[in-house]
Design a protein around this ligand. Structure first.
Ligand code: 5CA
Ligand code: ZN
Length: 427
């Protein structure tokens, strides 16, 4: 499907260090070791409602991964899906008397607009579940042919993955069985369904039901794909096994990323699905996780509609660490607006404090598991020093002729804030 337009990405002097990220599977911060082209899969939206600030925070975290890799002189092959067929779409469309396909198209279009406004680098492959169905079916058939999948004999046509035959099961989340059973029940699984070989077996293919859309499926069974095989199939068909980062919010640790990995590892006989499984913490509002089902949402589009500068939204969300659950508050946005104004005033000066130290500091902080509070503090210090110098009569000496880049030109800092943090300081 159509992706969104890429913002300009300034090239910075030199190159940044290797990126370290917290890998859920290993339970520690690890160094990413991409080849010439880093490969990243980030789980996309289920488009039945607009992008809220929780979604945005998660996509911003992985946008930084993309930017830090590029600054370390890697190419990046970035893939994202759109879960454009799933129960929530039908439920919302039914409630509103709307066509679920049109609902999905409209919300996906709004998501593209939000991502463009937030200056998120677009995926190279932006892939819908519906357009992937023939390929997903082929993967389900492979698992079935290999004896790793089975059909329930209750006449529904539903096909499950037999996880008892998946040696790597549990390796991504590290959860015990009781935790898996609980989370599976909470997050779309069906541990108590009769007829399954194992309570934790995940659905691969759902046989057609009255009133639900369906497509030709494995061994001729009409229906639609399960959720986890969607992401396994799209990742395998675009970036293949062993890619560098699988990303999403922490609510995807289990079951979604566990099962995507198990499906892909069973399909290929190879390990691992991803070198690192990286999870962004949850953004909350009024003490609860922001979620469509709870209805406690602040939408990016609504803030944009109210005239809020998207760069302030971006800065507000980056002011907390991506692995810390945190609340959205109006105060967070006010502080971001003030910070943005300070940075912009400093960037507009003819001369500023030296750019080299702030470039090194931002690079170093981001490479350390995306320490955005540290990176933002480094830019704050530069802006404060630059504005103080200007206020005291501009004691900053002019840069030496012959430098390959102008150490005291605020445009260098504007470029680094743009390239590494995705925040445009100049109009
Ligand atoms: N389509 C699936 C992934 S394949 C899905 O989870 N869609 S979603 O629309 O529910 O969420 C999109 C992304 O936003 C996921 O990575 C999810 O983990 C993340 N997310 C959802 N709610 C929040 C929140 N409150 N804070 C941070 N991230 C969130
Ligand atoms: Zn996914």
């Amino acid at each position: 499907m159509l992706s969104w337009p890429a913002p300009l990405l300034p090239t910075l002097p030199g190159s940044g260090p290797a990126l370290r990220l917290y890998d859920t599977a290993r339970g520690e911060v690890v160094q990413t070791q991409p080849g010439r082209i880093a490969r990243m899969y980030v789980c996309g939206i289920t488009p039945y409602d607009a992008t809220h600030l929780g979604h945005a925070a998660t996509y911003l975290a992985f946008d930084l991964v993309n930017r830090v890799w590029r600054d370390a002189r890697h190419g990046v092959h970035f893939v994202q899906n759109v879960t454009d067929v799933d129960d929530p779409l039908f439920e919302r469309a039914d409630r509103d008397g709307e066509d679920w396909i049109v609902l999905g198209m409209r919300e996906t279009a709004l998501f593209r607009e939000d991502m463009t406004a937030l200056r998120v680098l677009p995926p190279d492959d932006y892939v819908g579940a519906v357009e992937s169905i023939p390929r997903i079916v082929a993967h389900v058939e492979s698992l079935w042919d290999a004896g790793l999948a089975y059909q329930l004999d209750d006449g529904t046509g539903d096909v499950y993955h037999d996880v008892a035959q998946a040696p790597g099961f549990g390796g991504e989340s590290g959860y015990d069985e009781a935790t898996m059973l609980r989370l599976s029940a909470e997050r779309g699984g069906d541990p108590d369904r009769a007829g399954k070989r194992n309570r934790l077996d995940p659905l691969l293919w759902r046989g057609a039901r009255e009133g639900e859309p369906s497509w030709p499926g494995p061994r001729g069974i009409a229906g639609r794909p399960g959720w986890h095989i969607e992401c396994a199939a799209i990742a395998l068909d675009t970036i293949g096994m062993g890619f560098d980062v699988q990303g999403g919010g922490s609510d995807l640790v289990f079951p979604h990323h566990e099962y995507s990995a198990v499906h892909a590892e069973a399909l290929t006989g190879a390990k691992p699905f991803a070198q690192a499984y990286v999870h962004a913490a949850m953004i909350g509002l009024d003490g609860e996780k922001m979620s469509k089902s709870r209805g406690n949402l602040v939408f990016v589009s609504r803030l944009r509609g109210d005239g809020v500068d998207p760069m302030a939204i971006r800065l507000a969300l980056l002011s907390g660490h991506y692995r810390t659950d945190r609340a959205w508050t109006p105060d967070l946005l006010d502080r971001a607006l003030r910070r943005l104004d300070t940075w912009r005033r400093a960037a507009a000066l003819p001369l500023g404090a030296p750019a080299g130290p702030v470039l090194s500091a931002v690079r170093e902080r981001l490479a350390d598991d995306l320490d955005t509070p540290g990176a933002l503090a480094a830019v704050d210090a530069w802006a404060a020093a630059s504005l103080a110098e200007a206020a005291s009569g501009g004691g900053v000496p002019a840069a030496q002729a012959g430098d390959d880049w102008d150490e005291q030109s605020p445009t260098v800092v504007a470029d680094l804030v743009d390239a590494l943090l995705g925040i445009a300081l100049t109009p």
